[in-house]
Write a protein that binds this ligand. Structure first.
Ligand code: UDP
Length: 248
C-alpha cells in the first residue's frame, strides 16, 4: 500500500501526529516556494467530493492530515488504514514544541480582532524559544488583504498559521502561497480561538471516543446543517469509496 489513502478523490497522507510535525520541520529547513499543509475532516472531504476545484486544491497540498475520526474510519473501510487521527490542533502543538526548541518563527493570521494576539501571548508562555512574529485578524477586504500579505512578507515567518475556517483558508493559501515569503502555510480552522482560550477544545472523553463533533454541536448548534455532511460522508464512503483507486 502507498503512503496516501484516496478518500472520495482526496489523497490523505497516512502519517501520525509526530510524523506530520517532522515533515513540516523538514519543509521549514528545505528550499523552494512555500509548502501548503491542510488538515481536512470528513466535512471538508465531502465538500471536495462535490466541488472538484476544492478537491484539486486539497490534492495540491504538500501534506494532508486526517483531522477527524471519520476520516480514519473511512481509511480502514477502504483497506488502506491511517494509524491515528491527526487533528490540526494536535499537529500544531507538536510542531510548535519542535519549533520552540529550534527557535523558529510563526505568524498568526485569522479569527476575530484581538484573538491572534491573545493566542500569541499563550503560545509564547507554552513554547519557550518560539518567536511569534506577527498577527492579523481574519476579516478583511481587498485593501486590507494586500496589507496583510505585505506584513507577512516583511516578517518572513517560518510558518504561517491561516485560521479562516475551511474551505476559505485552503482556497486563500492556494491562491496566495506563491507570493508569500514563508516556508509553510498551514490551514488550522478554529485553532487560534483555542490557543487564545476564547473557545474550549472538546474534553478528552469526547476526543477519545471519536465524538468531538457532538461536543462542537452542543456548543455551537448553528453547525447542525454543515454537520449533516458527516452521515452523508459515511454513506458515500460505504457505497462509493471503493470505486476510487488507491494507486495514484
Ligand atoms: N474566520 C475568519 N475569517 C472569516 C471567517 C472565519 O477569520 O472570514 C475565523 C473564525 O473567526 C474562526 C475560524 O475562522 O476563528 C473558523 O473556526 P471553525 O472552528 O469554524 O473552523 P472550521 O471548523 O471551519 O475549520
Amino acid at each position: 500500500m502507498n503512503n496516501k489513502v484516496n478518500i472520495l478523490g482526496v489523497y490523505v497522507d497516512k502519517v501520525s501526529i509526530s510524523q506530520a510535525a517532522d515533515s513540516i520541520m523538514s519543509f521549514i529547513s528545505g528550499e523552494g516556494s512555500a509548502k501548503a499543509v491542510y488538515t481536512p475532516n470528513s466535512e471538508i472531504i465531502m465538500h471536495g467530493y462535490r466541488d472538484s476545484e476544492l478537491c484539486d486544491i486539497l490534492n495540491d497540498a504538500d501534506l494532508l492530515t486526517a483531522d477527524g475520526i471519520g476520516v480514519v474510519y473511512a481509511s480502514k473501510i477502504l483497506g488502506n488504514p491511517i494509524s491515528e487521527r491527526c487533528a490540526g490542533y494536535d499537529v500544531a502543538c507538536t510542531l510548535l514544541d519542535k519549533m520552540g526548541k529550534e527557535g523558529k518563527s510563526v505568524y498568526l493570521f485569522g479569527s476575530k480582532p484581538g484573538v491572534a494576539e491573545l493566542a500569541g501571548e499563550n503560545l509564547l508562555k507554552k513554547y519557550p524559544g518560539l518567536a511569534v512574529v506577527g498577527y492579523s485578524d481574519g476579516y478583511f477586504d481587498a485593501e486590507k488583504e494586500g496589507q496583510i500579505i505585505a506584513d507577512i512578507n516583511s516578517k518572513k515567518p517560518d510558518v504561517l498559521f491561516v485560521c479562516l475556517g475551511a474551505p476559505k483558508q485552503e482556497k486563500w493559501i492556494y491562491n496566495h502561497k506563491n507570493e508569500l515569503q514563508c516556508r509553510v502555510c498551514m490551514g488550522l480552522g478554529g485553532c487560534l480561538d483555542v490557543f487564545a482560550g476564547t473557545v474550549e477544545r472538546a474534553p478528552d472523553f469526547y476526543c477519545k471516543h471519536g465524538i468531538e463533533w457532538l461536543y462542537r454541536l452542543i456548543k455551537q448548534p448553528k453547525r447542525f446543517f454543515r454537520m449533516l455532511d458527516l452521515p452523508r460522508f459515511a454513506v458515500t464512503v460505504l457505497l462509493k469509496g471503493k470505486k476510487f483507486k488507491q494507486d495514484r
